[in-house]
Ligand binder design. Structure first.
Ligand code: NAP
Length: 459
């Protein structure tokens, strides 16, 4: 190879950074341009991880180390499909790794889902975390009861955030409007509803435990709901996470409420069938489920038992969903780019040359941050094997200058890494004054203005 292999990584969340890190650590010379739609990097580490989980966010230090490696460039505010097509990327780079995550949420598909007051958890999470696309949303938390649908970690994040006291929120990087709205909230009852049983919940034990440690909320679980059918009981044998979850739930069920102002209730074997209300959410209609084994999996099957639960808010937290890009093979059912171990494959099963994927858009929206390291490493190993075996090589016409020229020609103004570090410093400095890790810039204008100032100073 006459020059370094030039790779575009699309997306700057954990999968994108771990892919960039593995590429820059390869035994052959590699240069990485990371292309990101937002002006800021880190994906869900900045905009998804709950603000009261600062420890989880420290993984960004590893991303900073990767960004400081020679050969790394960051292009924020550059959107694939709008500014550069996948075809452009294939022409401008020797290889492309798509790692843009899962951009939307799964739907419940029930009447009333779009009534005002029925939100997807992803909207709420993006709003309280300062995602610039979601700052116009107005969450009216002036209701008595909120119902959270789903038994994953995002549902727990939403339930916990709604229940945090002003004192618990104060030292976090939750946005000011969210701190204000949650602080003034009149919610007294938060009901988390799972369609299957407690042994099938997908939350992790640490996150579950935290629900029992809130300053302003009691946790309530009905012991009768923890009685397991024999198949669920047996499944605990080889599932340590579920086994530990059951121990925590039994501890919760044994507690007496202590009179805290808010109650978080966990309910199981219950699905929403409709959301009712005249102009906004007034109640959710629930059906009792039973578990049935189908193709080796316990699934929720509705019974005839129904109830109506009055509530003013519904948060649908039933998983994220990947969205494809034009020109890239997409598996609609799974919501992922069609791939084999990270090599993108066309409908006829052949590999799409020089095109790879990593993270949620490769495997679906599962796993914790660290899962993306193994995932991205697998993808990069495939890419490097393709180099080794002569299927992929550097082309002389592929240069950093050509990328800059194309972006300039199209009037795209990327946010470069130096601009991001200055945004980062600004936010941290503002946070330091008020005892918070950072005060986030929240709108496109604020972020782009801050980025432009640095670009002007360094030009
Ligand atoms: P998830 O773990 O896949 O949970 C989705 C939940 O929605 C499941 O309980 C699922 O039930 C339920 N569900 C799906 N369709 C439904 C329907 N039609 N009606 C009722 N319930 C339905 O997804 P997530 O909570 O969005 O989290 C995404 C990933 O991020 C997970 O891997 C999670 O662990 C991770 N995460 C981690 C943290 C952390 O480590 N602190 C925080 C947030 C997110 P079934 O099981 O029956 O399908």
């Amino acid at each position: 190879m006459s020059g370094p292999l030039r790779v575009a990584v699309v997306g700057s969340g954990p999968a994108g950074f771990y892919a960039a890190g593995a590429l820059l650590d390869a035994d052959i010379p590699v240069e990485v341009d990371m292309i990101e739609r937002l002006p800021t990097p880190w994906g869900l580490v900045r905009l998804g991880v709950a603000p009261d989980h600062p420890k989880l966010k420290t993984v960004s230090r590893a991303f900073e180390r990767i960004a400081s490696k020679p050969g790394f460039r960051f292009f924020g505010n550059v959107e694939v499909a709008r500014d550069l097509s996948p075809g452009d990327l294939t022409r401008l780079y020797d290889a492309v790794v798509y790692a843009f995550g899962a951009q939307t949420d799964r739907r419940l598909g029930i009447p009333g889902e779009d009534l005002p007051g029925s939100w997807s958890a992803t909207e709420f999470v993006a709003w309280y975390n300062g995602h610039p696309d979601f700052q116009e949303l107005e969450f009216d938390l002036d209701v008595e009861r909120a119902v959270v649908i789903g038994n994953g970690n995002v549902a727990l994040d939403v339930a916990r955030m709604l229940a945090l006291t002003p004192e618990e929120l104060a030292p976090t990087d939750t946005t000011d409007p969210a701190i204000d709205a949650i602080g003034r909230s009149t919610i007294k009852d938060i009901v988390v509803v799972g369609r299957r049983g407690p042994a099938q919940a997908s939350w992790t034990t640490q996150e579950l435990k935290e629900l029992g440690e809130l300053a302003g909320a009691d946790i309530v679980v009905d012991p009768a709901e923890l009685e397991l059918d024999p198949v669920s009981e047996a499944s605990l044998e080889d599932d340590t996470n579920s086994k530990r979850n059951m121990d925590v739930l039994r501890d919760f069920a044994a507690r007496e409420p202590t009179g805290k102002p808010v109650t978080v209730r966990l309910r199981f074997l219950t699905s929403p069938v409709a959301i009712h209300g005249e102009r906004r959410v007034e109640s959710v209609e629930l059906v009792r489920n039973k578990l049935e084994e189908q193709e080796g999996r316990l699934v929720a099957v509705p019974t005839s038992e129904r109830e109506t639960l009055e509530c003013g808010l519904v948060f649908r937290s039933v998983g994220y969903r990947g969205v494809g890009l034009p020109e890239l093979p997409f598996d609609e059912r799974r919501g992922t780019i069609r791939n084999e171990g990270g090599r993108v494959v066309a409908a006829d099963g052949t590999h799409v040359a020089s095109t790879y994927c990593a993270g949620w858009i490769k495997r679906g929206p599962t796993g914790i941050i660290g899962t993306n390291k193994k995932d991205a490493t697998e993808t990069v190993a495939q890419l490097l094997a393709d180099v080794e075996e002569g299927r992929l090589s550097h082309r002389d016409e592929v240069t950093a200058e050509e990328v800059d020229a194309v972006l300039a020609e199209r009037g795209v103004r990327p946010v470069i890494y130096a601009s991001w570090t200055s945004i980062d410093e600004l936010e941290r400095a503002a946070g330091e004054k008020v005892g918070r890790p950072r005060v986030k810039l929240r709108t496109w204008d604020e972020l782009l203005d801050a980025a432009e100032r640095v670009a002007a100073e360094t030009a």
